[in-house]
Design a protein around this ligand. Sequence first.
Ligand code: FCB
Length: 453
Amino acid sequence: MNFPAGFRWGVATSAYQIEGAASTDGRGPSIWDTFAAVPGAVASGDTGAVAADHYHRWSEDVGLLVDLGVDAYRFSISWSRVLPEGRGRVERRGLDFYRRLAEALLAKGIEPFVTLYHWDLPQALEDEGGWRNRDTAGWFADYSATVHEALSDVVTKWTTLNEPYCSAVVGYGEGRHAPGAREGHGALAAAHHLLLGHGLAVQAMRAGGAAGQEFGIVLNQSPTVPVTGSPADAAAAVRQDVLLRRQFTDPLFGGAYPDEMTSMFGDITDFSFRHDGDLAVIGQPLDYVGLNYYYRLHVADAPHREPDPAKRTAHDIGVDTTRLPDVPRTGMGWPVEPAGLTTALTDLKARHPELPPVYVTENGCVYPDNENFEDTDRIAFLKDHIAAALTAADEVDLRGYFCWSLLDNFEWAHGYKHRFGLIHVDYATQRRTPRASYHWYRSFISSARAEER
Ligand code: FCB
């Protein structure tokens, strides 16, 4: 495989999934602390209170990154560690933790790629309506500017949001993620306010004026495939695509929301959360976009779950996503289709020819472990997906690839059951054991660097 010169190789994590230390050094609670405490919300009653204890073991984890040979590490900042109430009072100890981490990475030639929001809204802001509340967009921009001002001498790559689709639709529509709401209008308002917050945050950080700074956003991009050639399934695929991809990519890169949203959601919202001028804020020019890819969605037309159109939640769009093709699946039950990563990249570029440079910011899988942590399935998965990403590099300005994830971690509503790590974590002892895939990735990176074109 021949990679573009300067191609970045990394791994990704997020704060709530690995840090633990939930009430250490003044950290305030986030919506995930609250949600995980609700009986039945997370498998086995698991919470992120301890997780992989990265807050205390970060130095050992940096050592593992160094041995892995990556030149980039994508991690997120816990908003409520920096601003325990979400706004106002700054907790220095929170900022200091991220400074120590960034400095240690830089000292070893690993560039920090910081995500400001990976789903963990301070609970204090949820108490005021969370992302349904337009003010949250402004509070997000204030928080972003605070972190940026404190760390712009050690961080230049700033991602505002991770997968706003999941924050809005899975969190406020389906209720599978925090804050566990099942709403129509509220979830669509949340999506809009996340996008607005993104735009305001980019404006606020750019206004800081520090040199050499780059700003982007990370989006999950599952290409949609109708299960038959029928017009009904084709229409279902369009609805799915509008909900998951175009609701976000059209305003970010095309200056408008998809027209289809009016017919899809006109019964549950009047879109009054969209104000004049918002689209100009949302469409700030970006320096890069991050794309997360795990699977393609295979969709069929289906009855709505809720017959009364006015009572539907935002994800109840008359689509069945359970009819999977006859292909191997990961331990999550997700179909393994590397070609979907190629089309995720080329679809985005085809829709938006002026797209900024792209990083694959997440891609990875779960398989059951064997005794020696010889995860040959994961190695095959990563190899095939990296090759699929490279296939798109003739069309797309692809700058790097981040594997999800460095360590086993708290996999949201699944708790600790599913393990995405290149490194196994024994949660009883916090012992880290690199899997075969970790060693494979290290040698893959070093040969890829040797073959850069
Ligand atoms: C993505 C999330 C990430 C992780 C992977 C498996 O949607 O961004 O935190 O949970 O899925």
